[in-house]
Design a protein around this ligand. Structure first.
Ligand code: CU
Length: 299
C-alpha cells in the first residue's frame, strides 16, 4: 500500500515537473527556437531516466530497510552490458543532436565554410573575419555592424548610406534597431578590448574581439525591446555596458532608416553646427556620431 502510494507520488511530481517546463511562451527568434527545441529533446530523454533511477532507489530503500546484513553483490554480465550499451546510445544521441545544431548558421555562426559564395560583408573597418550573405540571398539580408568599446555599443548600417556617400551611413549608439521576420547578419567586433554581445531573450551571444569580426545571424519573430548586456568582464564600466535591441516591423524599420537619413542630410545642410544635438534626446534625432558615448557614460 505504502509502496503504491509512494510510486504514485513520485509519478505525480514528475508529471508536474514536465508541465512546468512546457514551452508556453512563443519563440522570440530562430536562435531561441532552435536552442529551446534541443533542450526539450534532451529533457524528454532525461525525464524517463530520472524517473527510473528514483523509482529503483525508493523501491530499494523501502524493501530492504529492515535488513541487518548486506549481501554481497553478484556479478551480472548481461546487466552490465545492457547499461553500458544504453548509456552509449544516450550519449551518442546527445552528441549528435547538439552537433546537428552547430551546423546551422544561426547557432554555429556564419563562416566562410557555411557561405562559400558570400558577397562582400558590409563593414566599416578593415578587420578580417566578417562573412557576407550568400550571393543569391544578399538582397533579403540586413547587415548590421556591432562595435563594442569601453563602455558602450555602436550599431552601424554601412549599406544605408546618405546620398550614396559611402562614408555617411546610418549609425546609432546604445540601441540596435532591426526588422522582424528578416534574416539579419551581425558583424560583431571591438575597437579596444574584449567584450561580448549578449541578448539572452533572443538567444544571441558572441564574443567581440578587437581587430577581428565574428559574424552571427538571426531572425527575430517577435517585435519588442530586448535587453543587451556585455557578457565579458571588460573593466570598471562593465556592469553599465548595456544596450537595447529593438525589433520592429519591416515598415517601421524602413521608416526609422528614412528618419535617420533625413536627420543626417539636415545636419549636413545646416553646416553641422551641433546645436544642442545631445540634449535633444536620442529617440528621434538618433544623430549621434559613432564615437560619442551616451551622456550617462560620458561623465
Ligand atoms: Cu564590456
Amino acid at each position: 500500500m505504502i509502496r503504491k502510494r509512494t510510486a504514485g507520488l513520485v509519478a505525480g511530481l514528475f508529471a508536474l515537473l514536465a508541465l512546468a517546463v512546457d514551452p508556453a511562451a512563443a519563440q522570440t527568434s530562430l536562435n531561441e527556437d532552435l536552442i529551446t527545441g534541443l533542450n526539450l529533446k534532451l529533457l524528454y530523454v532525461a525525464i524517463p531516466i530520472a524517473v527510473l533511477v528514483e523509482v529503483i532507489l525508493i523501491y530499494t530503500v523501502i524493501k530492504f530497510k529492515d535488513s541487518d546484513e548486506a549481501k554481497p553483490t553478484k556479478e551480472n554480465r548481461r546487466l552490465e552490458i545492457t547499461w553500458t550499451v544504453a548509456t552509449a546510445i544516450i550519449l551518442l544521441f546527445v552528441g549528435f543532436a547538439a552537433y546537428q545544431l552547430l551546423g546551422v548558421t544561426a547557432i554555429g555562426g556564419v563562416t566562410a565554410a557555411s557561405n562559400p559564395n558570400a558577397v562582400e560583408p558590409a563593414t566599416t573597418h578593415d578587420f578580417p573575419g566578417a562573412v557576407g550573405p550568400p550571393q543569391g540571398e544578399a538582397d533579403n539580408v540586413v547587415e548590421i555592424e556591432v562595435v563594442a568599446q569601453k563602455y558602450f555599443w555602436v550599431f552601424n548600417y554601412p549599406e544605408e548610406t546618405v546620398n550614396g556617400n559611402e562614408s555617411r551611413y546610418v549609425s546609432n549608439t546604445g540601441t540596435m534597431v532591426m526588422p522582424a521576420n528578416t534574416t539579419v547578419y551581425l558583424h560583431v567586433t571591438s575597437i579596444d578590448w574584449l567584450h561580448a554581445f549578449h541578448v539572452p531573450k533572443l538567444a544571441l551571444k558572441q564574443d567581440a574581439f578587437p581587430d577581428k569580426y565574428n559574424t552571427i545571424s538571426t531572425e527575430a519573430y517577435k517585435t519588442g525591446t530586448y535587453q543587451l548586456y556585455c557578457a565579458e568582464y571588460c573593466g570598471v564600466g562593465h556592469s553599465a555596458m548595456l544596450g537595447k535591441v529593438q525589433v520592429v516591423s519591416q515598415e517601421e524599420y524602413q521608416n526609422w532608416l528614412d528618419e535617420q537619413k533625413a536627420g543626417m542630410t539636415e545636419s549636413e545642410s545646416s553646416g553641422n553646427e551641433s546645436s544642442g544635438n545631445e540634449s535633444s534626446g536620442n529617440e528621434s534625432s538618433g544623430n549621434q556620431s559613432a564615437v560619442a558615448p551616451p551622456a550617462a557614460l560620458a561623465a
